[in-house]
Design a protein around this ligand. Structure first.
Ligand code: ZN
Length: 206
């Protein structure tokens, strides 16, 4: 059985790309059965890795900012439509105009944040595609109770690693509860952009 290292989907037969998230899958090496897999860190396939743009949406789904922005935008749209409807029925325009303006403001704020988060997610996908691998360490694990997605709270995993002789910190958010390999003090494989190490992620993505 093959488990997608990017999203955790299970496959019985080997395929080059995950159908769920588009991430590249690796054939299970014959030798890995003999060595203890828990001792060694997983190593990503060499760059560039073909990761689908669908992965961006997967990241946004676990992102508190993006979810809040989406709700704001949706409320804004409803307000703008209701306000617009009231303006058309001229008699109530004095109620409709503030409704409409509030809706536009919400829609603008939500849309702006969505674009910002989308660009962030795009950069993370770029890290997963072309990033360089190194070893890091988990330093903090936190469940974010202020955000809820389908009754689940996202986990924030903070980690440290070294690149170009400097210490760097990073963080990933996931809806999956971190397993025994992702506990504080555990080594993790970190992917980062050699040109700008502030863009990084851990591999496999939890
Ligand atoms: Zn996948």
């Amino acid at each position: 059985m093959i488990i997608c290292p990017w999203c955790g989907t299970n496959y019985i037969d080997f395929q080059s790309n995950c159908k769920n998230c588009g991430g590249p899958l690796q054939a299970v090496a014959e030798t890995s059965a003999n060595s203890a897999p828990d001792e060694s860190l997983p190593t990503p396939p060499p760059a560039p890795r073909p990761i689908s743009d669908k992965y961006i949406w997967r990241l946004l789904f676990a992102d508190g900012w993006a979810i809040t922005a989406f709700v704001f935008g949706l409320l804004g749209l409803i307000f703008a439509l209701v306000g617009g409807g009231l303006i058309v029925g001229i008699i109530t325009a004095f109620v409709g105009i503030p409704f409409f303006l509030l809706g536009i403001a919400f829609l603008g704020a939500g849309g702006g944040i969505m674009i910002w988060r989308y660009q962030q997610a795009q950069k993370i996908v770029n890290v997963l595609r072309v990033g360089q691998a190194t070893q890091g360490q988990v330093v903090e694990l936190q469940e974010n109770y202020s955000v809820s997605v389908n009754g689940q709270h996202p986990w924030e995993i903070r980690y440290q690693f070294q690149a170009g002789g400097q210490d760097h910190a990073g963080q990933v958010t996931t809806l999956n509860q971190p397993g025994p390999k992702l506990q504080v003090g555990k080594p993790v494989c970190v992917l980062y952009l050699p040109t700008d190490a502030q863009w990084n992620s851990i591999y496999p993505h939890p």
